[in-house]
Design a protein around this ligand. Structure first.
Ligand SMILES: NC(=O)c1ccc[n+]([C@@H]2O[C@H](COP(=O)([O-])OP(=O)(O)OC[C@H]3O[C@@H](n4cnc5c(N)ncnc54)[C@H](O)[C@@H]3O)[C@@H](O)[C@H]2O)c1
Length: 269
């Protein structure tokens, strides 16, 4: 191995506040030796918690934390340009920001609710990845962890869901927003292969995060679905983060346009 870490470059994570998947991804990069990490979230308070926890545990990591809304069409560009100014480049871009919709069938769903979910989940993911891809196109590739493999100009990992592949009751906007992320991932994988950029997504199953656990009515509606999966349990954010880091690393140098399901076998049943 030439580099001491699989992550000599710069990591950018959206939806990184608190104790969910994005925060676990940020921690996992620090654990794996990534020394430049930029995080963002619409929730300034939880973003600061993630930043402080990493800063205390990994004082050698250079951290940038910038609050912002991924649905704002100006935010992603300004955030990525600040990251590029401070850290020089963007190598591993992980788009985790997302919301669940209010549980309703399509006939009861308002246009405003449909747009809210899609503006954050799908459009927000596209806006973020578009800004990240533009930056990646400007930078020289970094050499791989072994010289038999091509250098990598960048890797994007979008967080979709098992609900982008199968569906569940009362979640039409959410399920469609996650299917759209899978489609976007495949399309971008085709378009940016020639530039040495890989684009993949991870489709988590039922994961123990604030999104699922915080509100009693959501917890009661969603957690029983974990028993559908052969592994009969919820996943941990760190179990999703490890899949994300693999896809970002040059260990995944031939993995392109993939939707990696991390769901305890849920969709196999
Ligand atoms: N937890 C699960 O069971 C599960 C399953 C499949 C997919 N996912 C997806 O994983 C991703 C992370 O979710 P999580 O479970 O860690 O939940 P979470 O609520 O802990 O994390 C989501 C983060 O996104 C942030 N966010 C919401 N709207 C935003 C916006 N407009 N701009 C910027 N940030 C915003 C939230 O503040 C939060 O910190 C989401 O995209 C979610 O859809 C979660």
């Amino acid at each position: 191995m030439i580099n001491k870490t699989f992550f000599p470059g710069v990591a950018v994570i959206t939806g990184a506040g608190g104790t969910g998947i994005g925060a676990a991804v940020a921690h996992a990069f620090a654990v794996a030796g990534c020394k430049r990490i930029a995080i963002t979230d619409v929730n300034e308070e939880t973003l600061e918690k993630t930043r402080d926890a990493i800063a205390i545990a990994y004082p050698k990591v250079q951290l940038m934390a910038q609050p912002g809304n991924v649905a704002d069409d100006q935010f992603a560009e300004s955030f990525v340009s600040k990251v590029a100014k401070a850290f020089g480049r963007v190598d591993y871009a992980v788009n985790c920001a997302g919301v669940l919709g209010v549980p309703m069938r399509s006939s009861e769903t308002s246009l405003a609710e449909f747009d809210r979910v899609n503006n954050i989940n799908y459009r927000g993911c596209w806006l973020s990845s578009r800004a990240q891809l533009k930056q990646m196109l400007e930078q020289d590739p970094l050499s791989s962890h072994d010289l038999t493999r091509p250098a990598q100009r960048g890797a994007v990992v979008n967080i979709a869901s098992q609900l982008g592949i199968v569906s569940r009751p009362n979640a039409p906007a959410y399920c469609a927003s996650k299917s759209a992320i899978i489609g976007l991932t495949r399309a971008d994988a085709i378009d940016y292969s020639k530039d040495g950029i890989r684009v993949n997504c991870v489709c988590p199953g039922v994961i123990e995060t604030p999104l699922v656990m915080e509100k009693a009515e959501v917890r009661e509606a969603i957690t029983p679905a974990a028993n559908i999966a052969p592994m009969q349990r919820m996943g941990k954010p760190a179990e999703v983060a490890d899949a994300v880091l693999f896809l970002c690393s040059t260990q995944a140098s031939f993995v392109q346009g993939h939707a990696m399901v991390v769901d305890g076998g849920y969709i196999t049943v």
